[in-house]
Design a protein around this ligand. Structure first.
Ligand code: PFF
Length: 438
């Protein structure tokens, strides 16, 4: 036991932790999911609600996961067990969720790699919808790309927390920032770009409804990587003296700025070319390629955009796989290399049928959903809110934080504890019930 603790990795600096956690938060959720959910839910008003929720509500389970990780210095199973051995199941829930989310997240990661390779030939396509459908409904190509994406993630995991995870984030996150700024500048210089900005920033309060609130809450959880044990696991590599309130705030601000800039990159372009902002999940793979194909230097812009998406997906993917890998290393006492190889096999196997949801298995439905939709729905609508509720309840009720202030101000600290114990669990129950009904 002692030996385990001595060998346990830790971040080389607080900066390494922050940049890696920002890397986990910024992902397909910001560039692919956020703009289309915003597009479907009324634009500016959605943005306002989302900002309020992320700052005042979702920051709380984020902090709860960080506290549990930092205090226990263990993987998700160990962290819950250290509070009560009966809670081990909560850790397993995280393991199952991460394996489920990775099998569909990595499918999209595979699509991104495919589009990177096609960046310079987009102008040869006539029907972009058909092109996308033909690609995802193929058998071998999407599987190969999914496994390739998984392989790259596993490579960084295999190299360890400092050599792999930190290095990947320290290189890819700045690259991501530069790419985003360049693409925002390109988009803002298109004719009629102001229409996209108007859509994003002039709210119509009559559009607020309950389903929008839920969509905003779901998106806020997803984007902050909450409810999967990733933040807990990354938090467990912190040194005890590191300050988490400041880190949490930095992570939230960076993630939000990024999501807004992703919108500023996408919507002016969409409006400039007279397309619809509410085309859903296909916004990035059908609408945008159509735009790139018509743009000056479109091939280059497409390449930059899909690389941006790739880096974002990769740094999040790494954080997802680290959860089960940390469990295997510490629970079953195996080497990181072995654990990474085992996870490659498990996630790889599971992602094959998920990839086939668009081809051979497109008629195989459970509860009326293909495997891809089922995994997406179950993780985002059920497992993430359930686990976020659990972490709030466990940290709020079972840990004594009376002498361990998260915030310097006592009032703020007490509000935080109150929210964690009472308000958040109730909110999550509502979210889960409505999610199940939806
Ligand atoms: N936050 C990531 C995104 O916005 O794409 C998705 C994600 C990563 C969700 C890690 C959950 C997770 F554990």
């Amino acid at each position: 036991m002692m030996k385990d603790m001595e060998n346990r990795p830790s971040w080389s600096s607080q900066f390494a932790f922050i940049i890696s956690t920002i890397g986990s938060a910024i992902g397909l959720g910001n560039i692919w999911r956020f703009p289309y959910i915003m597009g479907k839910n009324g634009g500016a008003i959605f943005l306002i609600i989302y900002l309020i929720l992320i700052l005042f509500i979702c920051s709380i389970p984020l902090l709860a996961e960080l506290i549990l990780g930092k205090i226990s210095q263990k993987n998700t199973l160990g962290a819950y067990c250290s509070i009560n051995p009966k809670f081990e199941a909560f850790g397993w829930l995280n393991v199952i969720s991460t394996i489920m989310i990775s099998s569909f997240y990595f499918v999209v990661g595979g699509w991104v790699i495919y589009y990177i390779l096609k960046s310079f030939t987009l102008n040869q396509i006539t029907d972009f919808g058909q092109y996308f459908t033909n690609f995802v409904s193929g058998t071998y190509t999407p599987i190969l790309f999914t496994l390739f994406f998984l392989f790259i993630c596993i490579f960084f995991i295999y190299r360890g927390v400092n050599q792999g995870i930190e290095t990947a984030n320290k290189i890819m996150m700045p690259a991501l920032g530069v790419l985003l700024i360049v693409l925002v500048a390109v988009s803002l210089n298109l004719p009629n770009a102001h229409l996209g900005l108007k859509f994003m920033f002039s709210p119509d309060f009559s559009e607020i409804d309950f389903s929008m609130l839920l969509a905003a809450l779901g998106q806020a959880l997803f984007t902050l990587s909450i409810g999967m044990g990733t933040i807990l696991t990354y938090g467990s590599y912190l040194k005890k003296e590191d300050n988490i309130a400041k880190s949490a705030f930095t992570i939230i601000v960076a993630d939000t700025i990024f999501a807004i800039l992703a919108g500023v990159m996408i919507f002016p372009a969409v409006f400039s070319f007279g397309l619809q902002p509410d085309s859903g999940a296909s916004l990035v793979f059908i609408t945008l390629p159509k735009i790139f194909a018509q743009m000056q230097y479109g091939g280059l812009v497409a390449l930059g955009f899909f690389f941006l998406l790739f880096f974002a997906a990769l740094t999040s993917g790494i954080s997802i796989v680290e959860v089960p890998v940390a469990v295997m290393i510490e629970k079953f006492n195996i080497s990181r290399k072995k654990a990474a190889a085992i996870m490659f096999a498990i996630i790889g196997l599971l992602s094959v049928p998920v990839t086939l949801s668009f081809s051979a298995l497109k008629d195989f439905k459970i509860l009326g959903k293909t495997l891809f939709d089922l995994f997406d729905f179950t993780t985002a609508n059920i497992l993430m809110p359930v686990s976020s509720m659990i972490v709030c309840l466990v940290v709020g009720w079972c840990l004594n934080l009376a002498n361990d202030y998260v915030f310097k101000s006592k009032t703020l600290h007490n509000i935080f504890i109150f929210m964690m114990k009472y308000i958040l669990p109730i909110l999550f129950i509502i979210l889960i019930i409505t999610g199940l009904m939806g």
